[in-house]
Design a protein around this ligand. Structure first.
Ligand SMILES: [Zn+2]
Length: 646
């Protein structure tokens, strides 16, 4: 845990222009700095940095936030990781808060496992490059496979000698304990004096965490012995949770963001060979069939996946399930099928970089098209098989969470399958109902929030209601002026100091008024819940929040004053004299506007009811209610006018 004061110190010290400037070439433009957005491809710069406000904002893709937010998004780090990054940059020492003995023990265990993994990776590399056996067996094998020295180095490939205890003995000599050796899975312990190396006589592929630490190994045997598994992986450990890890992610993540796509392959060598061919946005789900966690990991960097399939049909059929899983996560899936008897590895080795890139681009087809064409060739004209195929395709469609996207597929699918759109739609509805029933039977599970999910949603194009606008306006006043005071003469003609936040909150709570815009409600609750005796949450609090939506709103309204438009105040010839007068008027008027917008909504609802009402008596009653509300509005305006004149 990083202590709160240190967090504050980091936030205060990290200058947005310096932090961003390390990654983006910025040019001065007035009070701001301008550059090319690192989060989307653009020709004319629309990425703005405001040193005064401590924020960045891209007018092209909507990315926005603080220094910490920038590092989180650009380096794909968690919040604490980003804070540590900035602390290091600014030489701010982090004194971790005291931990319980269990926490320390746990941390120490993880740390020694991590150290041992690094130590092992270095040992296996040393063996590959410098031992006779490693050079003769391991290195020559890799070279024959066409893996270049650069890739061997980058992926830290190594060799584990064909002896029972070579590595374990070496580690024990260097003071690592048998306990830690067993926990990492590098050593298999039978009894106190009987243990041996797990990866005896294998080419070693270190598996890295997202941040590039070695956390496990995959080992490939070179022996012809059929009884030995071709690939062997580290077992699950405190460091290594198979289902959460993708091979190559540490090297691929930047390219995944930049290319806005991720190629998904099966094996270690597929990743390495494609990397060698210049395709860097590639990962493998090796050691396990694709999991939801792995898909979500990819989604942190890009919503687009292209699955690469080997040429044989058996492999493809087995892989079809993962397409539905990817679709369920709301991601876009494309598929590339390699020629018969080829896999990404062999193909990349036999073709130039340009050819590989062109092949992937040209062959990538929509998952649905792919599925239809695959099933069509197989099941030709047998009606039973055809029904099965349609059901299969519809199952994939039903996995797509976005109804609009689903609709597009119904249209296209009907064409490809050569059937009426309506029949396909009926089939899909049936599937959706079934899914819903299944879900209702399952116990409710709360999903963890993933604040890092990239937000590339265009600004809402929906027309905002008047009420929502007023709600936003009140939030804007809270964020910018919540802690400020204004002078106001009360009913007994005594001038008193009023606090902006207190006035707004009191008014809302007193009249039991609620925000209907969920984002405004969220911001309002955050505000109320984070007020302390001597501190009001300000724009910076919200800009450094973990919720992207909140950050975007805060950036949007940062420093915006309430606009005083010429309306009835001016008609009454009120001249604003001081800042606090201005603030007073803004706050009171915003509250009034908000309340008016609520009454207006109520009147509109009554008007609609009035139009539909056929009973004359009832219609009269409604009309009366409307009149009452209109009078009410007038009185509210008058009241405010009087108050402001004081
Ligand atoms: Zn952008």
């Amino acid at each position: 845990m990083i202590p709160q004061e240190t967090v504050q110190k980091i936030l205060d010290t990290a200058r947005i222009d310096e932090v961003v400037g390390e990654f983006v070439h910025l040019k001065k433009r007035g009070a701001n700095l301008l550059g090319h957005c690192p989060f989307h491809n653009e020709k004319t710069p629309s990425f703005t940095v405001s040193p005064a406000k401590g924020i960045y904002k891209c007018f092209g893709c909507g990315a926005a936030g603080s220094s910490v937010g920038f590092i989180m998004e650009h380096e794909q780090l968690s919040y604490p990781e980003a804070l540590r990054y900035l602390a290091k940059k600014y030489n701010i020492e982090i004194e971790e808060e005291e931990q319980t003995p269990e926490q320390i023990a746990q941390k120490n265990e993880r740390e020694s496992m991590m150290q041992l993994s690094d130590f092992a990776a270095a040992y296996f590399q040393e063996q590959l490059h410098h031992s006779e056996e490693g050079k003769a067996i391991g290195l020559s094998y890799l070279t024959e496979r066409g893996i270049s020295p650069q890739m061997i180095k980058k992926f830290q490939l190594g060799y584990s000698p064909d002896e029972w205890t070579a590595f374990t003995d070496h580690a024990l000599e260097h003071a690592y304990t048998l306990d830690v050796l067993e926990k990492t899975g590098l050593t298999i312990v039978k009894s106190a004096d009987k243990h041996f190396d797990r990866f005896k006589g294998r080419i070693m592929f270190p598996i890295h965490s997202l941040t590039g630490h070695v956390i496990a190994f995959g080992g490939r045997t070179l022996s012809q012995d059929k009884k030995q598994a071709k690939y062997l992986n580290s077992p699950e450990s405190a460091l290594y949770h198979k289902s959460n890890v993708l091979y190559g992610i540490a090297f691929a993540r930047h390219s995944m963001v930049k290319q806005d796509n991720c190629f998904l392959v099966e094996g270690y060598t597929d990743v390495i060979s494609l990397f060698e061919a210049g395709i860097e946005n590639v990962v493998a789900s090796s050691g396990t069939s694709l999991t939801t966690e792995q898909i979500r990991l990819i989604k942190r960097f890009t919503p687009n996946i292209t699955v690469l399939y080997d040429g044989d049909n058996a492999g493809i059929k087995a892989g079809l399930r993962s397409i539905d899983m990817i679709l369920s996560e709301g991601m876009n899936v494309k598929v590339v099928r390699f020629p018969d008897n080829e896999d990404p590895d062999s193909f990349a080795r036999q073709h130039s970089s340009d050819e590989v890139a062109r092949f992937l681009e040209e062959q990538a087809q929509d998952f649905l098209h792919f599925k239809v064409s695959l099933l069509k060739t197989e099941e030709a004209h047998d009606p039973i098989q055809r029904a099965k195929m349609i059901k299969d395709v519809v199952e994939s469609m039903a996995a797509i969470p976005d109804p609009i996207v689903r609709q597009v597929y119904v249209k296209e699918g009907a064409q490809w399958l050569d059937m009426p759109e309506q029949s396909l739609q009926n089939e899909l509805n049936k599937q959706l109902r079934k899914k819903l029933q299944d879900r209702n039977r399952q116990p409710y599970i709360t999903e963890p929030t993933t604040p890092l999910e990239p937000q590339r949603i265009p600004q809402s194009t929906f027309k905002k209601s008047r009420r929502h606008k007023q709600e936003e306006n009140l939030c804007r006043l809270l964020l910018n002026f919540g802690a400020d005071n204004f002078e106001h003469t009360n009913d007994n003609d005594i001038a008193e100091e009023y606090n902006v936040a207190a006035v707004i909150i009191d008014n809302l709570e007193y009249e039991n008024l609620e925000f209907t815009n969920p984002l405004c409600q969220k911001i309002y609750s955050l505000y109320v819940n984070n007020i302390t005796e001597d501190h009001f949450p300000d724009s910076h609090f919200f800009i450094n929040h973990l919720d992207r939506e909140v950050v975007n709103f805060a950036v949007e309204v940062f420093g915006q004053k309430h606009e005083l438009s010429p309306n009835w105040f001016d008609k009454k010839q009120i001249y604003v004299k001081t800042e606090t007068d201005l603030l007073r008027e803004s706050v009171l008027r915003s509250l009034l506007d908000f309340k008016l917008s609520i009454v207006e909504e109520e009147i509109n609802a009554l008007m609609t009811a009035l139009k539909a009402e056929e009973d004359e008596d009832k219609a009269l009653q409604i009309q009366e209610q409307i009149n009452k509300k209109k009078n009410n509005m007038r009185r509210m305006c008058d009241d405010l006018g009087r108050v402001i004149l004081k």
